[in-house]
Design a protein around this ligand. Structure first.
Ligand code: UDP
Ligand code: MG
Length: 314
């Protein structure tokens, strides 16, 4: 057991209010595990600075200078949490990887239990929130709708699992085989299919600072989840197409009957309504096709997912 190197990956974006406390807490937990011989002496906590504009980088660098257990990866700009985590997983060489948010809303002491699960043979351990009491009404509501919708379209993702999880080296190697550029990690990890289990915990309030997930960042993530893991929006066009064709047949019959029976002049209103109805559907369909097309474009461009400016103590 004591030969297993653990790497704790912590994405950080403008976390100057909490980062010092998080470093202390995580170091404490790391050293408890080293003392208990659950992990190797050379285990590390790696902070990935995701283009912070505050003092986050400065604080981590200072800590790094005095402690070789702290590693640091600095990204060239803000890429988003998903990419910051991926940068850590791809760059570090370890036997066990744990990812956790910098604000420690996920109970970090659970890392010990996660590592114990790893030693029992689990290759992926998902941290799952029992309740989301610390979240705002909006976040709780949108998360509830998101999970309901994903289940409805047949995508099976773990309820209330954030990015707090343990992965074995093998799991991370498999993750690297996924070449897609718009990332929804929770979906991909679940797709890997190694022996896994859940650990439940109570989510706490952020230690300090505000959420770094704006409404648009959250929306982008949800959209990546839907379009990466489901073709249902495309299939819906077909269904809508069949239904509208059926309706138009009825309309044609109605128009013919009106003509034969010499009813009043063909209705202007119905024409306008028909045009409006179909132009709506056409634009909506084009929009959905466009979404998928834009993803193809991104994949074809094959840009690097991130550029690392600097690494320390790796
Ligand atoms: N984060 C990041 N890049 C971003 C946004 C967030 O690295 O563009 C990090 C952030 O520093 C934190 C984690 O991702 O460690 C989760 O963010 P946050 O706690 O703000 O999200 P919430 O818990 O409100 O969903
Ligand atoms: Mg948080």
């Amino acid at each position: 057991m004591r030969n297993n190197k653990l790497a704790i990956v912590v994405p950080c974006y403008n976390e100057e209010e909490v980062i010092e406390y998080s470093i202390e807490q995580l170091l404490l937990i790391l050293n408890i595990m080293i003392d208990d011989e659950l992990i190797s002496q050379n285990s590390k906590i790696c902070f990935v600075n995701d283009g912070s504009s505050d003092r986050t980088k400065e604080i981590i660098e200072k800590k790094c200078a005095h402690n070789h257990q702290i590693a640091f990866i600095d990204l060239s700009r803000n890429y988003g949490q998903q990419y910051a985590i991926l940068a850590g997983l791809n760059t570090l060489n370890a036997d066990i990887y744990v990812t956790i948010d910098a604000d420690l809303q996920d109970d970090p002491i659970l890392i010990v239990d996660m590592v114990k699960k790893y030693h029992q043979g689990f290759e992926i351990v998902y941290g799952c929130r029992k309740k989301r009491e610390a979240d705002s009404f909006f976040k709780k509501g949108s998360a509830f709708l998101f999970y309901k919708f994903m289940h409805l379209i047949g995508v099976n993702i773990r309820q209330n699992h954030s990015e707090f999880r343990l992965m074995s080296r093998r799991a991370v190697e498999r993750l690297k085989e996924y070449k897609e550029k718009t990332i929804f990690l929770r979906g991909i990890v679940q797709n890997i299919g190694l022996k896994s289990c859940n650990l439940y915990y109570d989510e706490t309030e952020r230690l300090a600072g505000k959420t770094k997930y704006s409404f648009f960042k959250l929306l982008e993530l949800a959209w990546a989840a839907i379009t990466n893991f489901s073709i249902l929006p495309l299939r819906m066009i077909t269904v809508v197409g069949i239904l509208t064709s059926f309706v138009s047949i009825l309309e044609i019959i109605y128009a013919l009957v009106s003509y034969i029976k010499h009813y009043s002049i063909p209705g202007w209103t119905s024409i306008i309504m028909t045009i409006a109805f179909f132009s709506g559907i056409i634009i909506m369909s084009l929009g959905i096709i466009g979404e998928y097309l834009s993803k193809v474009l991104i994949e074809v461009k094959n840009r690097p997912l991130y550029q690392i400016e600097e690494t320390v103590n790796l």
